[in-house]
Structure formats: structure tokens, C-alpha cells
Design a binder for this molecule. Structure first.
Ligand code: HAM
Length: 418
């Protein structure tokens, strides 16, 4: 039996890589004053039908539960966040700065960097409509990537603003009912030839020349406040401004951004934007808060880390550290097993990572296992009892230690080699 297409088994090394990414994410989010929360994996299908937009709805893992409810496994977290905020907003002082690491499910065509499940770091600020909040999130996103060893040569944050199109469309006589279709054409501008775009634009009564003139002017002036704040933080070199980016999700209302690897080998590493009306809509008008956020996926980030040597080295060292044992207890005489277990317990109580053979084994085999497990020290329980032979597996140095002095001696050796 194989796992389903697009679903991953996490073997120990994969789990260690995942833990590494999650740990860096949590560390940086806390540095920015964000607190962690979570929601349910299963939600009413309607939540996404109403809020996420047709692309995600077509990818839902949805079914009827035993209580005849139409339910879906979460494809993203933002609708859940809006629902939770609408229900609990009185309990918290605004602005809220929340992060979460949900596993999300989308029935997509499986390829490198795109699976049917992925983990997503979500970071959102609720209750602040300043451009300062937008920039705070862009800065957080950049710092998350720098933290894993990626630099300005490796990724770019492409920033746009849907509000600019809200100005342009009425000027061209395009009504709100046609906005989504028009933005769909804009979304493909970077990828399609002008000859292909022209007839599509003409359907909306817009000429290529008019569109290009708008882009040239608006790109310059529209982003001045963001540009200035990013410059102050010395983050401008990570960013590009481009109104052609509109993003697929239906609920964005203002600034939107996406992060890509510079060579564009992968799908987006992260994406987000402002969704100032979503909470209002979900609470049927009872609650109204501006909001802005983004999500970063573990799949693309993991692929990119493997591509960039400095980032890969950082991750490999961290993984090694997660696996490495500090002490292996070698039980040379079976009658010493109870004494060994007592001392192993004491060492573990002191916080050391300790292992030993659960069944009798030859001494040479036990030393071999100690090395395979990356143990730094081996403690031999044998003829020398009540003394123990302590061996440094890196240097080969050996010494005899009275059993009651073992914890102190281990502490000295491990700290001197840290
Ligand atoms: P999104 O752009 O749909 O945004 O997803 C965010 C990130 O999740 C993507 O950039 C990508 O790295 C990762 N991702 C999405 N789908 C897959 C997949 N099938 N396989 C692997 N990785 C994937 C959102 O989900 C918004 N809710 C983000 C947001 C938060 N906006 C405001 N707050």
C-alpha cells in the first residue's frame, strides 16, 4: 500500500527538517511580537465557497459527514481566522498579531513544490489599516527567509496593490461585476504575449496602450509610502513593485505580495495581502476590522533551502544536532544492567540525551552503535565497577570515573566540547 498522491510520509530526517523550519518560523514570529493560535482542520464547505474564490473551491477535499453536514478539509486558514476573530474579538486588544502553522489540503496536480497537503505559516495583523502594518508583515516575511540562510540573491518579494485597479476600472467604465475577470487577464500579463492579451483586453474596451500607460505611471507613484518605509529598514533590495500581480484569492482588497525564488524555478514561497472586508462579511456586518496577512508554505521553502548551499548547510547542521546522542551506555557485563539503568535515569533526569542496548550485545557492537548514533561519549559498565570507563568518541581519550562523579564529569566534557 502506498501513500496517496501528493501526501508525504515524514521519515526521521524529513521530520527533523520540518521541525527545523517550524522552529525558525516560531522564533522569528515571536521576535515580532506575534502569538500562536490554531483552528479546526475541518470546516463547513460554505466557509470556503463564500470566501476563498473559485480556484480554491475547485481544489477542496470535501465530503458529507455522518451528520449530513457538507464539510471540507481546510485549504487555507484565512477564512477560519476571520470567523474566529468575528466570534472572539472582544476578548483581545487590537491590533492582534497572530501566527499559526496549519496543515492545509488542496486537490492540486502534484509536481515539485506542489502537493495535496502542505504546512503553511500564517501571519496576520487584525485591526490596523496603516501601511505600517503592511510593511511590518513584509519585513517579517523577509526575516523568516533570512533566518534560514537565504539572501537577497535567492528570493524577491513582489508587491502590488489591488486598490490601484479599483481606481483604474471605473475610469475605463468596467463595473465591479467584471472586476474578477479583468484581474484574471492582468494576472497573465507577465506570462503572455501582447498579441494574445490584446483581444482579451478589447473585450473590456481597454487598449494595450492605455493599460501600459497606467502601469508605467501608477507603478511609480502608488508605492511611494511602502518604498520609503522599506528603505528605512534597509529592506528595499529584497522587493520589487509591480501592479500586474493581483493574486488568485478573492478576498484581497489592497496591498498584495508574493515571494518567489530569483530564478523562478518554483511556485510562490509565500503570498498574502490586505483583506479589509472579509471579517465584516463573515460576521454579517456585526464586526468590522481591517486585516492583512500572508502565508508561507513548507514545501517550496524546503526545496529552496536544499538548492542554496549556505541554507542547506545550516539546516543539515541543525538536523544533525536534533539526532545526535550525547551519551551511549555500553553494558559489558549483564549483571551491571540494573546499575547502568539507574545511572542512565540520573543522566536523563539531568537533561542529557542517553541511549543503550535494550538487549544483551557484544561490547564491540555496542560501541559501533554508539558511533552510528553520533554519541559524543560512551560510558562502559564492566569489570571496573564501581568505577566506569568514560570514553570521548571524538578524541578517543579514556578515563576511569567513580560512579558518583559521572554526572559532573559528563557535564565538564560536554560543555568543553560544545
Ligand atoms: P496562498 O498563496 O494560496 O495564500 O498560499 C500561501 C503559500 O502556501 C504559497 O505561496 C505556497 O508556498 C503554499 N502552498 C499553497 N498551496 C500549496 C500546495 N498545493 N503545495 C505546496 N505549497 C502550497 C493563502 O493561502 C492565504 N490564505 C494567505 C494569507 C494569510 N493571506 C492573508 N493571510
Amino acid at each position: 500500500m502506498q501513500s496517496l498522491p501528493g501526501f508525504r510520509d515524514f521519515l526521521p530526517n524529513d521530520c527533523a527538517a520540518r521541525n527545523y523550519i517550524f522552529a525558525r518560523w516560531r522564533e522569528v514570529c515571536r521576535r515580532y511580537g506575534f502569538v500562536e493560535w490554531d483552528g479546526p482542520v475541518l470546516e463547513p464547505t460554505d466557509l470556503y465557497k463564500k470566501k476563498s474564490g473559485p480556484e480554491i473551491v475547485a481544489q477542496l477535499f470535501s465530503f458529507t459527514d455522518k451528520g449530513e453536514r457538507e464539510v471540507a478539509m481546510r485549504p487555507e486558514l484565512t477564512p477560519t481566522l476571520a470567523r474566529v476573530i468575528a466570534a472572539h474579538e472582544r476578548e483581545f486588544k487590537k491590533p492582534l498579531k497572530w501566527f499559526s502553522i496549519p496543515q492545509c489540503f488542496r486537490y492540486e496536480k502534484q509536481q515539485r513544490g506542489r502537493l495535496r497537503e502542505h504546512f503553511q505559516l500564517n501571519c496576520d495583523i487584525i485591526g490596523d489599516q496603516s501601511s505600517g502594518a503592511d510593511v511590518e508583515l513584509i519585513a517579517l516575511c523577509i526575516d523568516l527567509l533570512r533566518e534560514v540562510g537565504l539572501a537577497a540573491d535567492d528570493f524577491v518579494v513582489r508587491i502590488s496593490d489591488r486598490a490601484a485597479w479599483d481606481r483604474f476600472l471605473p475610469d475605463c467604465g468596467i463595473g465591479p461585476e467584471k472586476k474578477a475577470d479583468f484581474l484574471n487577464v492582468i494576472d497573465k500579463l507577465d506570462r503572455e504575449e501582447v498579441e494574445k492579451i490584446q483581444p482579451k483586453l478589447e473585450l473590456f474596451g481597454v487598449s494595450v496602450a492605455r493599460l501600459m500607460a497606467f502601469l508605467a505611471n501608477a507603478n511609480l507613484e502608488w508605492f511611494a509610502p511602502l518604498r520609503e518605509q522599506l528603505e528605512t529598514r534597509d529592506l528595499l533590495r529584497y522587493c520589487e513593485f509591480n501592479l500586474r500581480i493581483v493574486r488568485g484569492l478573492a478576498y484581497y482588497t489592497g496591498v498584495v505580495f508574493e515571494v518567489f525564488d530569483r530564478p523562478r524555478k518554483f511556485r510562490a514561497i509565500a503570498g498574502g495581502g490586505r483583506y479589509d472586508t472579509l471579517i465584516h462579511q463573515l460576521s454579517d456586518g456585526a464586526v468590522d476590522f481591517p486585516a492583512v496577512g500572508f502565508a508561507m508554505g513548507d514545501v517550496v521553502l524546503g526545496e529552496l533551502i536544499k538548492e542554496v548551499p549556505s541554507a542547506r548547510k545550516k539546516m543539515e547542521e541543525a538536523i544533525q544536532w536534533q539526532h545526535d546522542l550525547q551519551i551511549y551506555a555500553v553494558i559489558a557485563k549483564e549483571e551491571r544492567r540494573p546499575d547502568a539503568l539507574q545511572l542512565i535515569q540520573t543522566l536523563r533526569d539531568n537533561g542529557y540525551r542517553v541511549d543503550y542496548s535494550l538487549t544483551p550485545a557484544k561490547v564491540g557492537k555496542q560501541f559501533q552503535t554508539a558511533e552510528q548514533l553520533g554519541a559524543r561519549l560512551a560510558v562502559l559498565f564492566g569489570d571496573e565497577w564501581p568505577q566506569l570507563k568514560l570514553k570521548d568518541l571524538c578524541t578517543g581519550d579514556q578515563s576511569l570515573v567513580p560512579r558518583e562523579e559521572l554526572p559532573a564529569r559528563v557535564a565538564t566534557l560536554l560543555s568543553s566540547r560544545a
